[in-house]
Design a protein around this ligand. Structure first.
Ligand code: ZN
Length: 296
């Protein structure tokens, strides 16, 4: 998105470097993300929006969608692969060939709205995955957990429009508030459980939200599959937000969600990278998240 931009290719390199240097990489299965089919994107997005992104992807230089969100010549392919990763992970987890999966993708997705790019996001990768799970695999109850420092406004908007969404989709999150994108305080449905937290909130506060809000709702909902919008910009070293999580908090959240997944859906979790812009903290946090998922 430009050399000045925090949503940079070095993010994925930082993650991969960390997985290598800690010895985790050889114990993981690496799967190349396929390109998402246009029909899968159209379940979550307006087809005209999908077509607009393709048409405006430049052959050189940049196309500015909004002050934060740009297209470069590789953006279209990258965005298709980011959404395709979540679809592929969903297929494999539901087939039982993987218990869980982490999608190391960019661009991120949770701000992408049905017909609008927003906040570094082009396609809402998690929402595309949720629609795929509901409509292709016929699941009846899918949960989305979002622990990015920003509210997942795009995911909320897309999922609130799902037919029978109150029965089929549960979304829980915390996010810094008041803060970009200045939404999330009026949950549009009974099954949208988004918890605003003040700047400076630390792991103890977040763990209380997990235990007292997320887990009771998840237990009652009995998800058949859990998606995680895994943003790591609530880390205390990440200057894009002002929260104070550390690596052990990401382990805690991951393990608690895995316990729910084991009780209700054979451990099925599909996690996908959202934010996280301090490269060192991002690498360490993802390592902890993946290590917990892999039980290593
Ligand atoms: Zn974020």
């Amino acid at each position: 998105m430009g050399s000045w931009h925090p949503e940079c290719p070095e993010r994925l390199a930082a993650i991969q470097d960390r997985l290598i240097i800690t010895g985790l990489a050889p114990h993981l299965d690496y799967i190349e993300a396929p390109l998402a089919p246009l029909a899968a994107l159209a379940r979550a997005h307006d087809p005209a929006y999908v077509e607009m992104l393709q048409r405006n992807t430049p052959s050189s230089g940049y196309h500015v969608l909004d002050p934060d969100t740009l297209l470069c010549p590789s953006s279209w392919q990258a965005a298709l692969r980011a959404a395709g990763a979540v679809i592929e992970a969903t297929d494999r987890v539901l087939a039982g060939t993987l218990e869980n999966a982490f999608c190391a993708v960019r661009p991120p997705g949770h701000h992408a709205r049905p017909g609008t790019a927003m906040g570094f996001c082009l396609f809402n990768n998690i929402a595309v995955g949720v629609h795929h799970a509901l409509e292709v695999h016929g699941l009846e109850r899918v949960a989305v957990i979002d622990f990015d420092v920003h509210h997942g406004n795009g995911t909320e908007e897309i999922l609130a429009a799902v037919e029978y969404g109150d029965r089929r989709v549960l979304m829980t999150s915390f996010f810094q508030h008041p803060f970009y994108p200045y939404s999330g305080t009026d949950n549009p449905q009974e099954n949208m459980v988004n918890v605003p937290l003040p700047a400076g909130s630390d792991g103890a506060r977040v763990r209380a939200v997990v235990d007292e809000v997320w887990l009771p709702r998840l237990e009652a909902f009995r998800p058949q599959l859990i998606f995680i919008s895994a943003g790591f910009d609530a880390h205390r070293e990440d200057d894009i937000g002002q929260m104070s999580l550390v690596e052990s908090d990401y382990i805690y959240m991951t393990q608690r969600l895995m316990q729910v997944a084991r009780r209700h859906c054979h451990g099925r979790i599909v996690s996908s990278l959202e934010g996280g812009y301090n490269l060192s903290a991002l690498g360490r946090s993802v390592e902890c998240h993946v290590r917990a998922l892999a039980q290593l």
